[in-house]
Design a protein around this ligand. Structure first.
Ligand code: GDP
Length: 372
């Protein structure tokens, strides 16, 4: 019992502090009472985790880091973002990590419409994964933010690790920190503290979360993929470009010769085809503006960064110039176009259409079968 229990609250989360039950909210080990600020164990871990987890890597260092997993007995958790599946999948992962098993965790499923068919989505993911030459032991759909999917994730980690260390890998902004914060809460050996170690011969920081059997969950630095719109824009736009709740699909009936602008970040031209509808899955923070194709260049020149936002003018000008991606939605086929980090457009009919996507140079534009 804490003598002054009634008065003591965690300065982090406000929970009533207690020393009896390490699994209950507000738990604080006796030794931590002497420290300032007085915070519960969970807040302590999150605070220190966040301080340690902000490291990011470029492609070369990242591949080097992955390569060093090959010689270890590891379970690799690869986190991808369902909002940008193709943009967040680590190309060639299998080649670098040797024979270690991969558990694929697809995060942010809370962004999909509530009526989504989860089995269909899981099948879709598995098909994409196969096409990318990746072998996974299981695909798990989760929302780190909403705490969904952990009832399967935690048993799966136990099932597949078999005395291995668990390495968590992913691109930046997929929600790796959010997910690991959950794991720290749900999983970690409560006596242990987080530690930071380094790969031999490098300065790469790894955050280790000890497990009960002496092994660890190891958080690796995120890779910055410059083919994602989110990485090309200054950080302050993340909030408007990444959706923060279930997306509301926006349906546009278009005639050929019409254009949609997605803020001043990309443009969709319907060049040729019968009148048909297109559905945009994007953050509500992206202004979608419809115009005539013949007016589009002029409209962009006059209104980028004003009517067409985000971003604002000076940040539009800092983006790479646009490249055109001609796309033929084939007759009889279902087509969807992903603009990495920005969202996707589903072609609803199968009558066929000639389209052109304009996006800043380097941004990945992928054609796929519809996710939903
Ligand atoms: P990291 O760079 O991979 O560590 O990603 P963070 O954990 O910092 O998350 C990046 C962004 O995605 C933040 O804006 C998070 O709030 C958001 N995010 C993380 N997990 C989820 C999730 O499950 N659902 C949604 N909607 N957003 C998430």
């Amino acid at each position: 019992m804490l003598e002054t229990e009634e008065k003591l609250h965690c300065e982090g989360c406000g929970a009533h502090l207690q020393m009896e039950d390490p699994n209950a909210i507000g738990y604080i080990p006796e030794s931590a009472l002497a420290k300032v600020p007085i915070i519960c164990q969970r807040c302590f871990r999150i605070k220190h985790y966040n301080e340690m987890s902000s490291v990011t890597l470029n492609q070369d260092d990242f591949l080097h880091m992955l390569g060093s997993i090959a010689s270890k007995k590891a379970l690799v958790i690869h986190i991808v973002d369902v909002f940008d599946f193709e943009g967040s999948l680590i190309g060639g992962l299998q080649r670098f990590i040797g024979n270690n098993p991969v558990l694929l965790v697809v995060n942010k499923i809370d962004l999909l419409p509530k009526v989504s068919n989860w089995n269909r989505i899981r099948n879709w993911v598995q098909k994409q994964v196969k096409e990318n030459g990746l072998k996974v032991v299981e695909t798990i759909l989760v929302s780190a933010r909403k705490n969904q999917g952990f009832d399967r994730l935690l048993p799966a980690v136990d099932e597949f690790r078999q005395g291995r260390d668990v390495y968590v890998v992913g691109a930046t902004n997929v929600g790796k920190s959010t997910l690991i914060n959950r794991l720290i809460h749900d999983y970690s050996d409560l006596e242990a503290e987080l530690t930071v170690s380094q790969y031999p011969g490098t300065t790469l920081d790894l955050v280790e979360i000890p497990l009960e059997d002496g092994r660890s969950i190891i958080d690796t630095p995120g890779i910055v993929y410059r083919h994602r719109m989110t990485e090309l824009l200054p950080k302050r736009y993340i909030k408007s470009v990444l959706p923060d709740k279930a997306m509301k699909p926006m349906v546009y009936q278009l005639n050929e010769g019409q254009t949609l602008f997605f803020g001043a970040m990309a443009r969709f031209d319907f060049i040729k085809g019968d009148r048909q509808s297109f559905t945009c899955y994007m953050s509500g923070g992206v202004n979608i503006h419809r115009t005539k194709l013949e007016r589009a260049d002029e409209l962009f020149a006059e209104h980028k960064g004003e009517l067409l936002t985000p971003p604002v003018l000076e940040d539009v000008e800092a983006l790479p110039e646009w490249t055109k991606h001609p796309i033929r939605a084939k007759q009889g086929a279902e087509t969807e176009i992903l603009i990495s980090g920005l969202g996707w457009i589903t072609v609803n009919s199968t009558v066929g259409a000639d389209l052109v996507i304009h996006a800043p140079k380097g941004v990945k534009v992928a054609v796929r079968s519809p996710l939903l």
